[in-house]
Design a protein around this ligand. Structure first.
Ligand SMILES: Nc1ncnc2c1ncn2[C@@H]1O[C@H](COP(=O)(O)OP(=O)(O)OP(=O)(O)O)[C@@H](O)[C@H]1O
Ligand SMILES: [Mg+2]
Length: 254
């Protein structure tokens, strides 16, 4: 792997779509796959910071940067936002209200963007608008980077799921993962865990394949190593309606 820290930004202008859930779980999955990872909380609500505070010791390490907090009078912002020097990946939990200069500055520092979308008409419309704004953003157009859409809280065989799959198949950006609507995510958030920490629970095991596949997609796009011993499905990640549908049934078989 090239010796440079890469940043993955999880963002959508719509609140509550799963940015923190995706960011924390992605950081845990990277860490559990032997990557050195940091989680940067860009949201003034501080949800990722709180998650990190309650994360039990002894689990896959995730260092945290509360970048939403102002540096104190003795610190520069670069000191305040520093990460361990061997950090390979910084996962940034973006906030829904990042606009203008805030968004430009986030985009300037980002190597890859993940946009979680929920399967409701309102969320699909808002997500679509957000992606359009993103790809037409001047900062993004100066240096286009990979974008992946994540279908979050999916419930297969429902109308909402079908609508989301239809929407994703019409997008120019690939749908790279989908995660089920499951109480394990709520439990994980409360306890400072990711589903990869809960692998003894059947529902978490079901989701683990999708998380590893997401890490594999991100790693490939960022040209980072896949650590040895990594158990990822051989099948490439979903990029179309057909793929994302079969990707789901694949994880459902576990
Ligand atoms: N796949 C999922 N299954 C079940 N619950 C989920 C899932 N993803 C997220 N949630 C729950 O939905 C709520 C909102 O998720 P989350 O906080 O990650 O969204 P967010 O986009 O970060 O919100 P905000 O805009 O407020 O920062 C949380 O209670 C979270 O536990
Ligand atoms: Mg959040």
């Amino acid at each position: 792997m090239e010796n440079r820290t890469r940043r993955v930004l999880v963002i959508n202008g719509k609140g509550g779509c799963g940015k923190t859930t995706i960011a924390t779980n992605l950081a845990v999955t990277f860490s559990s796959m032997q990557h050195t990872v940091a989680l940067m909380d860009n949201d003034p609500q501080g949800s990722s910071t709180h998650w990190a505070e309650v994360r039990p010791a002894g689990l896959a390490p995730v260092s945290t940067i509360a970048s939403h907090q102002r540096p104190n009078m003795y610190q520069t912002s670069s000191f305040h936002n520093r990460v361990p020097s061997d950090t390979e990946i910084i996962v940034v939990d973006g906030h829904s209200n990042a606009r203008g200069k805030d968004l430009d500055s986030l985009l300037r520092q980002t190597d890859l963007i993940l946009v979680p979308i929920l399967p409701s008409a309102i969320d699909i419309r808002a997500g679509s608008r957000f992606i359009t704004d993103l790809v037409t953003n001047k900062q993004y157009r100066l240096n286009p980077r990979p974008i992946g859409v994540i279908a979050n809280r999916v419930q297969p065989n429902t109308e909402g799921h079908d609508k989301l799959i239809n929407f994703l198949s019409c997008l120019d950006v690939p749908a790279v993962a989908q995660f089920r609507d499951s109480p394990i995510y709520v439990d994980a958030a409360e306890q400072g865990l990711g589903v990869m920490d809960m692998i003894d629970i059947r529902a978490a095991r079901k989701e683990a394949v999708a998380w590893k596949n997401l890490v594999k997609w991100v790693s490939t796009k960022l040209n980072t190593k896949n650590s040895s011993g990594l158990k990822v499905a051989k099948k490439p990640l979903a990029a179309s309606k057909k793929d994302i549908t079969s990707g789901y049934s694949q994880s459902a078989e576990i």
